[in-house]
Design a protein around this ligand. Structure first.
Ligand code: CAA
Length: 261
């Protein structure tokens, strides 16, 4: 296991495992993690032999509990725009990586964490995992592509329900809704994701890469337009007093009182 700060990389013969490791903050995505993810994906994209990539969160509790609320709280308008752009660039980099990327979720995948999973080709989760876009409870909207990729995955009705209410849903429910692709027993998690990765990496690589490219490019125009709308909406919501109250309430471990300003 080779460490690049809070993103660790383990390279096997047939796949690469990326571990996001900020356990004390439930692996929340700060700029450091986002930059490291970008570098890791760029590095593997340059390899002549492209490998399937697995993304995991460190520890027993979370895949990723979202964008890092602590590091976002004090950001001004320019800085939050840069932050959202960086997050979106990382998700696109993953989405455009030549070979399939599998989100391996064992615990919470919330906000930017669910968005990270949605940017991957497939989502495998342990039974105890939980999913959600709880940004509304902070006075903001998803900013790393969640509205658009969820819309593409499960349709507008259920996307509205998840994004408007910010409810956290169990893995079984997420599977029934089509948010995730496979559920595995908690104690078989590592074994099952490795079996899946090895199976995938035995397929004809050029055909596999073409499958990924064709499926992505055929839905790309709407996605790219929607991602622009999302960033704009995210920045507008971030400028409100409700956003400050929502994030302060989270940090003070209380419910937010929104005023509509
Ligand atoms: N950012 C920063 N720190 C976070 C975090 C996040 N997204 N999620 C959890 N943490 C931190 C907590 O602040 C806490 O730190 P302290 O010990 O210093 O207080 C630590 O991780 C453990 O978390 P909790 O004490 O809250 O653990 P819990 O078991 O009571 O609750 C949880 C777990 C339900 C996941 C809860 O932590 C939670 O709701 N987290 C926030 C989820 C969220 O709102 N995500 C969206 C973020 S905004 C976003 O992602 C925007 C975007 O699209 C770009």
């Amino acid at each position: 296991m080779h460490s690049e700060e809070s993103v660790k990389v383990r390279e096997e013969q047939s796949f690469v495992e990326i571990l996001i490791s900020r356990v004390e903050n439930l692996n929340a995505l700060n700029p450091d993690v986002l930059q490291s993810l970008l570098l890791v994906f760029e590095k593997f994209e340059r390899n002549s032999q492209k490998k399937v990539i697995l993304i995991k969160g460190d520890g027993e509790k979370a895949f990723v509990a979202g964008a890092d609320i602590k590091s976002m709280y004090d950001l001004g308008q320019r800085a939050i725009a840069d932050y959202a752009e960086l997050g979106q660039r990382v998700m696109r980099r993953i989405e455009c990586y030549s070979m399939p990327v599998i989100a391996c979720v064992n615990g919470y995948a919330l906000g930017g964490g669910m968005e990270l999973a949605l940017a991957c080709d497939l989502i495998i989760a342990s039974k105890r995992s939980k999913f959600g876009q709880p940004e509304i409870n902070l006075g903001i909207i998803p900013g790393f592509g969640g509205t658009q990729r969820l819309l593409q995955r499960i349709g507008i009705g259920t996307t509205r329900k998840i994004v408007y209410l910010g409810t956290i849903i169990e893995a079984e429910e997420a599977y029934k809704l089509g948010v995730i692709d496979m559920i595995v027993e908690n104690d078989k998690f590592q074994e099952e994701i490795e079996i899946f990765a090895r199976n995938l990496s035995q397929k004809a690589p050029i055909a596999l890469m073409e499958c990924k490219r064709v499926l992505r490019e055929s839905t790309e125009p709407n996605l790219l337009m929607g991602l622009r709308y999302e960033v704009e909406g995210f920045i507008r919501a971030f400028a409100t007093d409700d956003r400050k109250e929502g994030m302060r309430a989270f940090l003070e471990k209380r419910n937010a009182e929104f005023k509509g300003s």
